[in-house]
Design a protein around this ligand. Structure first.
Ligand code: PLP
Length: 391
């Protein structure tokens, strides 16, 4: 029986799909067998729910190379985690440095803080999305409190030199916040290795968990007394007090957590730890090379970024001469059952850097379950659209 071809899903930079079966099983198990609120009651189901949260915390601490799971604070997503760090740490009169490749989850809170008296400098990147650490050093001032940068671009996958930037920032007494929304799970990235102080992550991309999960990893150099929570309220701890707890993670985790999501996230991170981030990265680098080589061979197709699989994630951006990205995306979906993302990818500043603003690009983002056959189909489809545009 022939039906429509199954969808080739190349939108893993937006959210990963499919998820490992273990993720689905863990969420189903929590909902059917546990279901209680963690840390709020003393009964066995509440204790089991607390264990589920701890399992996610412990798995993430292992992944980011920290001994203390309490330094992992859960949030709804990376946007929430980035807002917590930026709004919680920066004060009027302080200076913050960021880069020309950031997502709006960094730029929008920074622009809002700028309007309230925080000074902002954007260190430029090359049109390939490459950041020279010296440009960050040139931007630093005595009152620079924070450098915030993405680990890897969500538009072209370019890996930014976090370790070098962190070493510079440290010499100047500034903290470093890494937006690891794209990289955690896809690139070996421990906090000690990167030399960073804070790392914002999302659960639903390379960590293979569900939407509605994410968090902020808080390193030891961060002064908790000067770090304000975004939200205050019930934590299940110190119930006798009307004041917000001042310890981790409770200071920043008011309100009932998404425990069913965290059950799935724990399973996703454990799946990654079992396979090893380095091995997953090697597999994705091979897929990236296939994609980059295949696209480069198609007349009329322009690929952006470094075009070097060792210097980028599997996210690849391209355009087809004579066809708007929006139209390419529509035809990929309707005529070829290929799911890609088009446009500005919530990163207008990155497209300004690359010279692709305001139209944007077409983005292919293979993931942990993308196959060679998927890429062959995607390349054939782009080839057909590129040929049609030249006729
Ligand atoms: C680099 C980067 N930062 C932040 C985010 C925001 O992540 P979330 O959707 O989990 O809030 C994304 C998501 O696309 C991203 O790619």
């Amino acid at each position: 029986m022939s039906g429509p071809p199954p969808v080739v899903y190349l939108d893993n930079a937006a959210t990963s799909w499919p998820k490992p079966p273990q993720v689905v099983d863990a969420m189903r198990r929590f909902l059917t067998e546990v279901g209680a609120n963690p840390g709020r009651s003393g009964h066995r189901l509440s204790v089991e729910a607390a264990r589920t949260v701890f399992r996610a915390r412990a798995a993430l601490a292992r992944l980011v190379g920290l001994d203390d799971p309490m330094r992992v604070v859960f949030c709804a997503n990376a946007t929430h985690a980035l807002n917590l760090a930026l709004q919680g740490l920066l004060r009027p009169g302080q200076h913050v440095v960021t880069t020309g490749m950031e997502h709006n989850s960094v730029m929008r809170p920074l622009r809002a803080l700028e309007s309230r008296g925080v000074e902002l400098t954007v260190a430029p990147c090359s049109p390939q999305g490459v950041l020279d650490p010296e440009d960050v050093e040139r931007a630093l001032r005595p009152e620079t409190a924070l450098v915030v940068l993405t680990h890897a671009s969500n538009v072209v996958g370019t890996i930014l030199p976090v370790r070098e930037v962190a070493a510079i920032a440290r010499r100047h007494g500034a903290l470093v916040l890494v937006d690891a929304a794209q990289s955690l799970g896809a690139l070996p990235s421990t906090l000690p290795d990167l030399g960073a102080d804070l790392l914002a992550f999302t659960g639903h991309k390379a960590l293979l968990g569900p939407m509605g999960t994410g968090g902020l990893v808080i390193g030891e150099r961060v002064d908790l007394a000067r770090f304000e929570p975004l939200v205050r309220g019930g934590t299940g701890s110190r119930s006798e007090s009307q004041a917000q707890p001042d310890f981790l993670p409770d200071k920043f985790e008011s309100g009932t957590l998404n425990v069913v999501g965290l059950a799935g996230l724990a399973a996703g991170v454990e799946w990654i730890l079992e396979r090893g981030v380095a091995d997953l990265r090697a597999r994705e680098a091979r897929l990236t090379a296939t994609l980059l080589t295949g696209l480069a061979e198609l007349p009329g197709v322009r690929v952006y970024g470094t075009r070097d699989p060792d210097r980028q994630l599997s996210t690849v951006s391209f355009t087809i001469a004579g066809t708007e990205p929006g139209e390419v995306g529509r035809r990929l979906d309707e005529e070829h059952a290929i799911a890609a993302r088009v446009g500005l990818h919530c990163s207008p500043i990155a497209h300004e850097t690359m010279g692709t603003f305001p139209v944007g690009t077409v983005r292919f983002a293979p993931g942990a379950f993308t196959t060679d056959d998927d890429l062959a189909r995607a390349l054939a489809a782009v080839g057909a659209l590129a040929r049609a545009a030249r006729r």
